[in-house]
Design a protein around this ligand. Sequence first.
Ligand SMILES: Cc1cc2nc3c(=O)[nH]c(=O)nc-3n(C[C@H](O)[C@H](O)[C@H](O)COP(=O)(O)OP(=O)(O)OC[C@H]3O[C@@H](n4cnc5c(N)ncnc54)[C@H](O)[C@@H]3O)c2cc1C
Length: 413
Amino acid sequence: MDELFSADNLKWRDKAREIAEDVVRPLAAKYDRLQEYPWEIRDALKEAELFGVWIPKEYGGHGGGVMDLCLVVEELSKACGGVGVLFAVNALGSFPILVAGTEEQKKHYLPQIAHGEKLIAFGLSERPAGSDASGLVTNAHEDGDSWVINGQKKWTTNGGAADIYSVFAVTDPNSRSRRISALIVEKGDPGFSIGRKEDKMGIRCVPVVELHFDDCRIPKDRVLGGRPGLGFKHAMMTLDRARPGVAAQALGLAAGALELATVYATQRKQFGQAISGFQMIQQLLADMATNVEAGRQLTYAAARACDTGAEGITKLAAMSKLFCTDMAMKVTTDAVQVFGGYGYMKDYPIEKYMRDAKITQIYEGTNQVQRLVIARNLIKEAGRLDHLSAFIPLPDHENTIADQERAASAAGA
Ligand SMILES: Cc1cc2nc3c(=O)[nH]c(=O)nc-3n(C[C@H](O)[C@H](O)[C@H](O)COP(=O)(O)OP(=O)(O)OC[C@H]3O[C@@H](n4cnc5c(N)ncnc54)[C@H](O)[C@@H]3O)c2cc1C
């Protein structure tokens, strides 16, 4: 497999693997219990220069892309799914600037993120606007040299820890296609505050909070790309690039759970032998490993498509997210099964994988929404397959292929 990667891909993957084993794994249970941001892990990631992997060199990064992001997230998530998202959410927050920011915005914000000096978050969802993100109601209006924002965001990952926020707000309520804009909000902007912090099932080391905007005033040049109205398009372009990162988080969780389950199965003895000797345990492990590998290939394919600008990244990104996150839920649940009753206990590391995996099926678009995205794109592409219509009998079709063959044979052809 390694021969498919560039030297840089392998360098960042190996660095992430080292941090995951030396720093993240020993601290994972502690921060899961405390539900506090693990600044010592952030410091290790910063020192290893990992925050620059998806950012171009001209903006202070290492010039990699979604592939390097996915390789790092996979390795971190093998040790802790919370740390996987703690890292990946900075890509989610910075992709709007990367894909749509003005040159000044890119030069100002991206180097700070690439160097790990500032963390960033992505505020799209609201109480009334979850799967239907376009239904958001937080609004912003121009006032002299400023934008004034009012409203609340729900479930902003990294909120509170982050210094920079990509925030989506209605700027033209009367427009159908140009209703929403992306704005860059900074910690300390007047009228901006952090609201309630959620108590979560999994990914407990990373904060998920409400953002409150009460006449929050920001300079006019903080509208993304320098002009309003393109926010929803920018949000969708961001999600296309970020969803392989969620796939990588799920993949890492599944791969990490498989490793733990395999080792446990070779050590735990029942009926006088290691449980890895029982065929039903072997079947579980074999199915887990096969699904992990299938997810890995799909994730890398989606990441490569994003980096090369290939056609169809929306569908492929949604497929990678859908497959890997459903797969991770199944694999982590089966891993708990391999551990038996001990797997159900917090004294053992495996139940955390199952809790951390669940959110991957929900955020950045639930898996129902991914299926909608995939199906819509499939149907849109069906036009390319028009030549097949001639071979498909339809119930109301008077002249099917079989009819034609019968007619030809009756005519003695
Ligand atoms: C821990 C956590 C972290 C998050 N982090 C962020 C973040 O950093 N930034 C951010 O902007 N958002 C974030 N979110 C929000 C997340 O993206 C939303 O929760 C998600 O998009 C679903 O929205 P909802 O929770 O309102 O569910 P709803 O939209 O209310 O959906 C409820 C159920 O209905 C289903 N459903 C809805 N519409 C359809 C449909 N058309 N067809 C079929 N089924 C449908 C859904 O799949 C789901 O099963 C986070 C959420 C959580 C829980």
